[in-house]
Design a protein around this ligand. Structure first.
Ligand SMILES: Cc1cc2nc3c(=O)[nH]c(=O)nc-3n(C[C@H](O)[C@H](O)[C@H](O)COP(=O)(O)O)c2cc1C
Length: 279
């Protein structure tokens, strides 16, 4: 009998015991790097499927199921869908994806996009009007949907509504009447895959993309927000206050709330000044 392959150095026995959060990240990453990145080129007739297309995802999902872990989460369902399509390709079929390529926005929609992208500005004073939980959830969802390296989905959020807790976070501006969202990361995921060594820059890019997406959603909701930076002392205090495990690291935070100021949008340089070359 052929020996089961190691995945990121993990034997089958180790995968059967691996923390589910890490195993799930490996499933997402493998579905991304062994199926997704090839699939659409294969379907376009530009390359042949690799040998045993989808095999490692099938193996990992079997382990997931064998452990009795639930399959209902959207990321796992996506991995399963990738696998089914890869299997169809292996059988020589041309699966129908029932998806459409992105389309240009209408003029009206573009106005909304411009309002979103060019109208956002940092807001640093907030009025005491309550911020509905639903709005915070919409903002967090925007953070969750941001691009992230290797489909790892290691970004986590700490929502601080309590002013006492907010004071634990070092800031160069006074924070009043806002909700603070601390962007954190589950470092088990990067470490277990060795990506903290292979692509350490992604750790910061992931956090940045999430923060930016959230600020844009806040802007669309009529809330004003600002991106703020903090250091290791803040991380230490938050770890102590919330009993955060050592594998959760904090990166940056944003504060959102009902605007109590209307700043003049800081203007950028001229577009042509920032374009180094166009080849
Ligand atoms: C990485 C990063 C760190 C930032 N840190 C702070 C900060 O510590 N304090 C602050 O008031 N604003 C901070 N900001 C917000 C910037 O000052 C602001 O985005 C910039 O001046 C442009 O203004 P605008 O957001 O209104 O377009 C930060 C933004 C980024 C992206």
């Amino acid at each position: 009998m052929e020996e089961a392959p190691k995945v990121f150095g993990y034997t089958r026995e180790e995968l059967l015991k691996l923390d589910p959060m890490v195993l799930r990240a490996i499933i997402r990453e493998r579905a991304h790097h062994t199926i997704e990145v090839f699939l659409y080129r294969i379907l376009a007739g530009k390359m042949k499927p690799p040998r045993d297309f989808g095999g490692v995802v099938r193996y990992l999902l079997e382990i997931w199921r064998e452990r009795g872990l639930p399959m209902d989460a959207p990321d796992l369902q996506w991995a399963e869908r990738m696998l089914r399509i890869a299997e169809a390709v292996e059988r020589g079929e041309t699966p129908k994806l029932e998806t459409k390529p992105p389309e240009s926005f209408t003029e009206e929609e573009m106005e909304v996009v411009e309002k979103l992208l060019y109208g956002r500005r940092s807001i640093r004073q907030w009025s005491p009007k309550p911020i509905p939980d639903e709005m915070i959830r919409m903002i967090l969802k925007a953070g969750l949907m941001a691009p992230h390296g290797c489909n790892l989905c290691a970004t986590r959020f700490l929502v601080l509504r309590d002013p006492e807790d907010q004071r634990l976070v070092q800031s160069d501006i006074p924070i009043e009447n806002g909700v603070m969202i601390v962007v954190c990361q589950d470092m088990r995921i990067y470490r277990a895959l060795g990506f903290d060594k292979a692509v350490p820059q992604n750790i910061y890019y992931d956090a940045a993309a999430a923060a930016d997406h959230m600020l844009l959603m806040a802007h669309a909701l009529g809330l004003g927000g600002v991106w703020l930076t903090h250091g290791k002392e803040t991380e230490r205090r938050l770890r102590e206050r919330f009993d955060l495990p050592d594998y959760i690291e904090t990166r940056c935070h944003i504060v959102v709330g009902w605007p109590a100021e209307a700043p003049i949008k800081p203007q950028r340089m001229k577009l042509d000044e920032v374009i180094l070359e166009v080849s």
